[in-house]
Design a binder for this molecule. Structure first.
Ligand code: KIV
Length: 263
């Protein structure tokens, strides 16, 4: 049975913690699907994790659609959420509606995510049948405005602002919200004050679910990981060793042997 927005709400009601992971391509989507991961986020983090950009800012709508389609092709029952890239929704409500529509219609996603407390946009999308996942706190598309990737909501005033933003996004109809880079206590307060599930990344243990970027979880990145990242594997090393073993086998003539040749 495909996972729906109702299942995520039911997870929260039952107190069942769940995970979301980013995916950018078909083989990863297949693996995550087979592992029973309920929600796959085609994040605009594709920019700095798969496309070689410094930030998520250059990622285009066409790139997001390209990767979303690949992930959707690899998915049977997981919910696929397509991330709205920078300036695909900020310039006008019309832009946001048109591009969110493309994410569902062309990309095949079941829902969209966008950064910031744009409750008018959330309302307009939900009204038109587009499920919305909100994203509050540290919003990477605003890296220049924030003066770097900084933890948000550290002062009492900022924390209260975040709670109000979360409540306004829930009221506008968002079915879930990512809380990124905020103190654990602020995430706890938001999680207790909204009925929809919160999904944390660098937001401590009190959220209803947790999300990590897949390349961070698998230890594939060449960058120093953020404090909140836990790598569950070191694929960078595994892949490096595998390709060097292949190179050495070819150099010594050990590959291809008879078992890997046609007679
Ligand atoms: O783009 C992304 O991967 C995200 C997650 C960090 C939530 O927005």
């Amino acid at each position: 049975m495909p996972i729906t927005v109702r299942d995520l709400r039911a997870f929260k009601e039952r107190g069942e913690r769940f995970v979301m992971l980013t995916a950018y391509d078909y083989p990863t989507a297949r693996i995550l699907e087979e592992a029973g991961i309920p929600v796959l986020l085609v994040g605009d983090s594709v920019g700095n994790n798969a496309l070689g950009y410094e930030t998520t800012i250059p990622v285009s709508m066409e790139e997001m659609l390209h990767h979303t389609k690949a992930v959707v092709r690899g998915t049977r029952s997981a919910m696929v959420v397509g991330d709205m890239p920078f300036m695909s929704y900020q310039a006008s409500l019309e832009d946001g509606i048109r591009n969110a529509g493309r994410m569902l219609k062309e990309g095949g996603a079941q829902a969209v995510k966008f950064e910031g407390a744009m409750s008018d946009l959330a309302h307009a999308l939900v009204d038109r049948g587009v499920p919305v996942m909100a994203h509050l706190g540290l919003t990477p598309q605003s890296v220049h405005a924030m003066g770097g990737y900084r933890v948000q909501g550290r002062t009492e005033q900022d924390a209260q602002r975040l709670v109000i933003e979360a409540e306004s996004m829930a009221k506008a109809g968002a079915f879930a919200m990512v809380l990124e880079g905020i103190p654990s206590e602020v995430a706890r307060q938001i999680t207790e004050s909204v009925e929809v599930p919160t999904i944390g990344i660098g937001a401590g243990p009190h959220c209803d679910g947790q999300v990590l970027v897949i390349t961070d979880l698998l230890g594939m990145s060449d960058r120093r990981p953020a404090k909140f990242v836990k790598a569950y594997a070191n694929l960078r090393q595994v892949i490096g060793e595998a390709v060097m073993a292949f190179r050495d086998d070819v150099a010594t003539g050990a590959f291809p042997d008879e078992a890997h040749s046609y007679s």
